[in-house]
Design a protein around this ligand. Sequence first.
Ligand SMILES: [Zn+2]
Length: 134
Amino acid sequence: MDEEEKPVRRLSSIVLIIIVVVLALSASALYQAIDLYLKQDVASGYYLLIGFLGLAFSIYMLLQTRRRMRRFALKTTPVTTTITCQKCDFKNLREFERGDFILKEAGSCTKCDGTMLISAIYRELKEKVKEERF
Ligand SMILES: [Zn+2]
Protein backbone atom coordinates (compact mmCIF):
# COMPACT_ATOMS: atom_id res chain seq x y z
CA MET A 1 0.00 0.00 0.00
CA ASP A 2 2.71 2.47 1.02
CA GLU A 3 4.63 2.01 -2.21
CA GLU A 4 1.53 2.81 -4.24
CA GLU A 5 0.51 5.84 -2.22
CA LYS A 6 3.87 7.58 -1.90
CA PRO A 7 4.28 8.80 -5.49
CA VAL A 8 0.79 10.26 -5.43
CA ARG A 9 1.47 12.07 -2.18
CA ARG A 10 4.76 13.45 -3.50
CA LEU A 11 3.05 14.59 -6.69
CA SER A 12 0.26 16.31 -4.80
CA SER A 13 2.74 18.17 -2.57
CA ILE A 14 4.58 19.43 -5.68
CA VAL A 15 1.24 20.50 -7.15
CA LEU A 16 0.41 22.21 -3.87
CA ILE A 17 3.70 24.16 -3.96
CA ILE A 18 2.97 25.22 -7.57
CA ILE A 19 -0.52 26.35 -6.54
CA VAL A 20 0.86 28.36 -3.61
CA VAL A 21 3.51 29.99 -5.83
CA VAL A 22 0.95 30.84 -8.52
CA LEU A 23 -1.40 32.21 -5.85
CA ALA A 24 1.39 34.39 -4.43
CA LEU A 25 2.33 35.62 -7.91
CA SER A 26 -1.24 36.44 -8.83
CA ALA A 27 -1.76 38.20 -5.51
CA SER A 28 1.30 40.37 -6.14
CA ALA A 29 0.11 40.95 -9.72
CA LEU A 30 -3.25 42.14 -8.38
CA TYR A 31 -1.46 44.34 -5.88
CA GLN A 32 0.62 45.79 -8.73
CA ALA A 33 -2.56 46.29 -10.73
CA ILE A 34 -4.15 48.33 -7.93
CA ASP A 35 -0.94 50.29 -7.47
CA LEU A 36 -0.68 51.07 -11.20
CA TYR A 37 -4.39 51.82 -11.40
CA LEU A 38 -4.02 54.44 -8.67
CA LYS A 39 -1.14 55.90 -10.67
CA GLN A 40 -3.46 55.80 -13.69
CA ASP A 41 -1.03 53.59 -15.59
CA VAL A 42 -2.46 51.68 -18.58
CA ALA A 43 -0.37 48.62 -17.63
CA SER A 44 -2.67 47.97 -14.64
CA GLY A 45 -5.03 46.14 -17.00
CA TYR A 46 -2.33 43.61 -17.88
CA TYR A 47 -1.51 42.97 -14.23
CA LEU A 48 -5.17 42.58 -13.46
CA LEU A 49 -5.47 40.03 -16.26
CA ILE A 50 -2.38 38.12 -15.06
CA GLY A 51 -3.67 38.16 -11.51
CA PHE A 52 -7.07 36.78 -12.42
CA LEU A 53 -5.61 34.18 -14.77
CA GLY A 54 -3.29 33.03 -11.98
CA LEU A 55 -6.17 32.82 -9.54
CA ALA A 56 -8.30 30.88 -12.01
CA PHE A 57 -5.39 28.53 -12.75
CA SER A 58 -4.69 27.77 -9.10
CA ILE A 59 -8.37 27.17 -8.31
CA TYR A 60 -8.62 24.87 -11.33
CA MET A 61 -5.49 22.97 -10.25
CA LEU A 62 -6.81 22.60 -6.71
CA LEU A 63 -10.09 21.14 -7.95
CA GLN A 64 -8.27 18.81 -10.34
CA THR A 65 -5.95 17.53 -7.62
CA ARG A 66 -8.82 16.89 -5.25
CA ARG A 67 -10.72 14.98 -7.93
CA ARG A 68 -7.64 12.89 -8.76
CA MET A 69 -7.04 12.06 -5.11
CA ARG A 70 -10.65 10.98 -4.71
CA ARG A 71 -10.44 8.78 -7.79
CA PHE A 72 -7.26 7.20 -6.46
CA ALA A 73 -8.87 6.54 -3.09
CA LEU A 74 -11.81 4.86 -4.80
CA LYS A 75 -9.47 2.76 -6.91
CA THR A 76 -7.59 1.29 -3.96
CA THR A 77 -10.54 0.52 -1.71
CA PRO A 78 -12.49 -2.23 -3.50
CA VAL A 79 -11.71 -5.72 -2.32
CA THR A 80 -12.74 -8.59 -4.54
CA THR A 81 -13.90 -12.00 -3.40
CA THR A 82 -13.43 -14.93 -5.76
CA ILE A 83 -15.90 -17.77 -5.43
CA THR A 84 -15.01 -21.05 -7.10
CA CYS A 85 -17.22 -24.06 -7.76
CA GLN A 86 -15.77 -27.26 -6.30
CA LYS A 87 -17.17 -29.42 -9.12
CA CYS A 88 -16.67 -27.52 -12.37
CA ASP A 89 -14.17 -24.80 -11.40
CA PHE A 90 -16.59 -22.07 -12.45
CA LYS A 91 -15.36 -18.79 -11.03
CA ASN A 92 -17.45 -15.90 -9.87
CA LEU A 93 -16.12 -12.51 -8.77
CA ARG A 94 -17.99 -10.17 -6.52
CA GLU A 95 -17.30 -7.32 -4.16
CA PHE A 96 -16.06 -8.29 -0.72
CA GLU A 97 -18.78 -8.52 1.88
CA ARG A 98 -18.43 -8.43 5.63
CA GLY A 99 -17.96 -11.91 7.03
CA ASP A 100 -16.28 -13.30 3.91
CA PHE A 101 -13.40 -15.66 4.56
CA ILE A 102 -11.49 -18.18 2.51
CA LEU A 103 -13.18 -21.61 2.19
CA LYS A 104 -16.50 -20.23 3.37
CA GLU A 105 -19.48 -21.71 1.53
CA ALA A 106 -21.12 -19.23 -0.79
CA GLY A 107 -24.21 -20.84 -2.21
CA SER A 108 -24.51 -23.23 -5.13
CA CYS A 109 -23.04 -23.05 -8.61
CA THR A 110 -25.23 -21.51 -11.30
CA LYS A 111 -23.85 -23.98 -13.86
CA CYS A 112 -23.75 -27.38 -12.17
CA ASP A 113 -25.36 -26.84 -8.75
CA GLY A 114 -22.10 -27.81 -6.98
CA THR A 115 -20.91 -26.11 -3.82
CA MET A 116 -19.30 -22.72 -4.26
CA LEU A 117 -16.46 -21.84 -1.90
CA ILE A 118 -14.64 -18.55 -1.46
CA SER A 119 -11.19 -19.23 -2.89
CA ALA A 120 -9.56 -15.81 -2.71
CA ILE A 121 -9.99 -12.37 -1.22
CA TYR A 122 -7.77 -9.60 -2.51
CA ARG A 123 -7.40 -5.97 -3.36
CA GLU A 124 -7.46 -5.25 -7.10
CA LEU A 125 -4.04 -3.59 -7.18
CA LYS A 126 -2.26 -6.40 -5.38
CA GLU A 127 -3.72 -8.99 -7.72
CA LYS A 128 -2.31 -7.07 -10.69
CA VAL A 129 1.16 -7.23 -9.15
CA LYS A 130 0.75 -10.97 -8.62
CA GLU A 131 -0.22 -11.52 -12.25
CA GLU A 132 2.87 -9.71 -13.45
CA ARG A 133 5.14 -11.82 -11.27
CA PHE A 134 3.90 -15.24 -12.35
ZN1 LIG B 1 -20.17 -25.73 -10.95
